[in-house]
Design a protein around this ligand. Structure first.
Ligand code: ADP
Ligand code: MG
Length: 480
């Protein structure tokens, strides 16, 4: 019996509005517990929610970016349930009539082929508060700052067939909401998280099997591991002839396993009904076109443009457009250097990225500007310095003060590449004379020693010689 994996994701993206979805309380992350929740967020009797228009603009932006249908009429509904971090006793969400319907996201599979993943809906809703279990012995703390935070819930069709596809889809949604600047994408703080629905069926079956929903996964790695664990668990159940129970499970990152939380509730359990305090949301064409006109260049389009405009491979273009900030940085370097897009790509993806990683910095707060990188690459391009020396110059630019250009570091430290053949020739003479043994071995066939000679010559020239030139001169000399 061969089993097929079926996955659908429900992604929650926290919107970066200044204020909450139905009140004017600040939506800023990280305040002292219970200092950012007003009577509306708490649902005190007699208060009235007022919809934050900015959340609508953001949701419509997303809808347009995924080629979805934008509903001219959508309705907010109450989802009723009891939980300590939900003092109102209900969450305002959208149910039968969501704002965004029928979109899609194209993902790239491992073999390079593309697959469209359907997006059933994306709707606006408010977040609940947070229960804190760690700092309280035998008790739970409740922080209501998050109550009323605007969320966009993005629900996929059950179109994903492996944990790899799920991750690739989730990354693309993440990239999209960050490009659109509607979500900060910070998964550690919970601004972007997902519930994964997983089921198995016999290959060839038309009907889906019973699914399990794994709640609140806040890292790509957890999503991958949770799905993989779940596939194995369900495989074992089905192979032993038992049945999977429909339920909600949690993922334990320490034990790398999923555990049952509760049996799955059905929609009826929530007693959804239209919120009587909020009018239906009506959008006219004018509003939608204004949002459309404001859309930035989207990731896939930017990638395509990079491939044609800069003759980059699909891989390079994909890397350089992985974030809007990196794409902009790259384009500034290329424009400043006045060409050589491949050299710029190699440097940004190689040494410069490595530096950012090592120093744990985002490109947005890199101490080295694109103009400085261009000043450095100008000297790599005209061979004033070798690629190896350029790394040292990059380091100097990184830790140096102010906005100095590569040239002043190259001059100050005397890093100009030696292209004077007589200086290189002299160094070669010295090395050959002082290593007669190695020379004899080399000439009797130990070709590996070539590297040794190169190293010695470079040492005398403090690494500043042009490597190709040293190679060529040394080769000639050793043949004599
Ligand atoms: P809810 O979880 O609120 O009951 P839905 O029933 O609409 O909502 O489904 C939520 C998610 O579960 C969607 O992303 C959908 O693609 C996915 N899903 C539905 N059925 C299955 C299934 N049999 N296997 C895997 N995922 C599924
Ligand atoms: Mg669900």
């Amino acid at each position: 019996m061969e089993l097929e994996t079926i996955i659908g994701l429900e992604i929650h993206a926290q919107l970066t509005t200044k204020t909450k979805i139905f009140s004017s309380t600040s939506n800023c992350y990280g305040a002292e517990p219970n200092t950012q929740a007003c009577v509306i967020d708490l649902g005190m009797p007699g208060v009235l929610p007022v919809l934050n228009q900015e959340t609508v603009r953001m949701a419509v932006m997303f809808g347009l970016a995924i080629n979805a249908e934008i509903a001219s009429r959508s309705v907010f509904a109450r989802k009723n349930y009891f939980y300590p971090d939900l003092p109102k006793g209900y969450q305002i969400s959208q149910y039968e009539l969501p704002l965004v319907r029928d979109g899609q996201m194209i993902i790239e599979l491992e073999d390079g082929s593309r697959k469209a993943i359907g997006i059933t809906r994306a709707h606006l809703e408010e977040d609940a508060g947070k229960s804190l279990h760690e700092d309280f012995q035998g008790l739970s703390g409740i922080d209501l700052n998050r109550a009323g935070t605007p969320l966009l819930e993005i629900v996929s069709e059950p179109d994903l067939r492996s944990s790899k596809e799920a991750i690739s889809y989730m990354r693309k949604i993440h990239q999209m909401v960050v490009y659109l600047a509607i979500c900060d994408g910070n998964m550690q703080n919970g601004s972007f998280r997902c519930d994964a629905n997983v089921s198995l069926r016999c290959a060839g079956d038309q009907r889906f099997g019973t699914r399990v929903e794994i709640k609140n996964l806040n890292s790509f790695r957890f999503v991958e591991r949770a799905i993989e664990f779940e596939v194995e668990r369900q495989t074992n159940i089905l192979k032993s002839g038992s049945r999977v129970i429909q339920e909600t499970r949690m993922y334990d990152a320490y034990k790398c396993e999923t555990r049952s939380m509760r049996s799955k509730e059905e929609a009826e359990d929530y007693r959804y009904f239209p919120d009587p305090d909020l009018l239906p949301l009506l959008l006219d064409e004018c509003f939608i076109s204004a949002v459309r006109a404001d859309l930035p260049e989207l990731p896939d389009a930017k990638k395509q443009r990079f491939m044609t405009q800069y003759s980059l491979s699909s891989y390079d273009a994909g890397m350089l457009t992985s974030s809007c900030a990196l794409g902009n940085y790259y384009e500034t370097v290329v424009a400043e250097l006045g060409g050589n897009p491949k050299l710029c790509a190699n440097w940004l993806m190689g040494d410069f990225s490595a530096f950012l990683n090592k120093e744990n910095r985002e490109i947005t707060d890199s101490p080295v500007t694109p103009y400085q990188i261009a000043s450095l690459l100008r000297r790599v391009q005209d061979q004033t310095i070798s690629g190896k020396i350029a790394k040292d110059v990059l380091e100097a630019l990184w830790f140096g003060e102010g906005n100095v250009e590569a040239d002043s570091i190259i001059e100050e430290r005397g890093l100009r590449q030696i292209i004077d053949t007589s200086a290189i020739g002299e160094a070669i003479e010295i090395v050959i004379e002082s290593n007669p043994e190695q020379l004899a071995q080399y000439r009797s066939g130990k070709g590996k020693l070539f590297g040794f000679f190169i190293g010695q010559v470079m040492k005398i020239l403090s690494g500043k010689a042009n490597p190709q030139q040293v190679n060529k001169l040394l080769e000639e000399k050793l043949k004599e």
